[in-house]
Design a binder for this molecule. Structure first.
Ligand code: AMP
Length: 249
């Protein structure tokens, strides 16, 4: 079985995000970028399936500018076999990404497509679902466990208040949640080996897709700053402040 894994370059989750002074977007100047954590989990899952003899090839694909080749190389160092970058500006919207991924999936014909449940920069949580709709393939979202069966894949999903297990026929789309696995670190020899693994660049036009967003970002605002806490001298003072200052009781 071939596994296609979609990976996105995002701001490293350790970075404190700054908003541009004119509030038009997040400031990406000199900011450390990384593989989206949920995509890292998707790559790890693909590698584990290959190590278990249930997959024979892992293809990672990213939609973006040349800079996202850094994250594709990371995925290759973690165990993917080859990479594809679909050349666009940074920040195509989810539907464009899903359309491009759908064409790659039609060409590559994987048994399984793995995506993160969500990119931590845009927080959209929709690309996997859109891809499943475009391809008309079954989807298992928010996977916290999965088992490849003879004719498909069983996915345990984290849903409100519990777990739900679904059986999907192949080819299937699975989006990964936090508890699916704990990704490994790439070893230095594997980082070196990854430099020689194949990385193809494809233009959207070659896939017959025009990248056009029907969403315009109007403004970005940082969260409201939190006020410093205070110490109260007595229970009466606490109750008074909750009633009259915070107005929560
Ligand atoms: P989102 O729907 O934007 O929250 O992203 C969910 C998942 O879709 C990510 O974890 C990736 O697996 C995939 N994805 C989103 N954007 C891209 C992109 N530009 N290139 C490749 N995969 C992407």
């Amino acid at each position: 079985m071939k596994i296609l894994v979609a990976v996105k370059r995002v701001i490293d989750y350790n970075v404190k995000v700054r908003v541009k002074a004119d509030q038009t977007d997040v400031d990406l100047a000199n900011v450390k970028m990384a593989l989206n954590p949920f995509c890292e989990i998707a790559v790890e899952q693909a590698v584990r399936l290959k190590e278990a003899g249930q997959a024979d090839e892992i293809v990672v694909v990213s939609v973006g500018s040349k800079s996202c080749e850094e994250q594709l190389r990371t995925a290759l160092a973690l165990g993917a076999d080859r990479a594809i970058r679909i050349d666009t500006d940074d920040g195509p919207d989810s539907l464009s990404v899903a359309r491009l991924l759908a064409e790659v999936a039609r060409t590559e014909q994987p048994g399984l497509v793995l995506l993160g449940k969500q990119a931590i920069d845009s927080d959209n949580n929709q690309t996997g679902q859109m891809l499943a709709a475009l391809l008309d393939w079954p989807q298992g979202t928010f996977a916290c466990a999965m088992t490849v069966t003879d004719d498909g894949v069983e996915v345990t999903r984290e849903v409100d208040g519990g777990m739900q297990t679904v059986a999907l026929t192949q080819p299937a789309i699975v989006t990964t949640d936090l508890r699916l696995n704990e990704p490994r670190y790439a070893s230095l020899p594997n980082i070196m080996k990854a430099k020689r693994k194949p990385l193809a660049v494809i233009e959207p036009a070659a896939l017959g897709v025009t990248v056009a967003s029907n969403i315009r970002l109007l403004s970005v605002e940082p969260p409201a700053g939190r006020e410093a806490g205070i110490k109260v001298g007595s229970v009466d003072e606490l109750v008074d402040k909750l009633k009259n200052d915070a107005k929560v009781i």
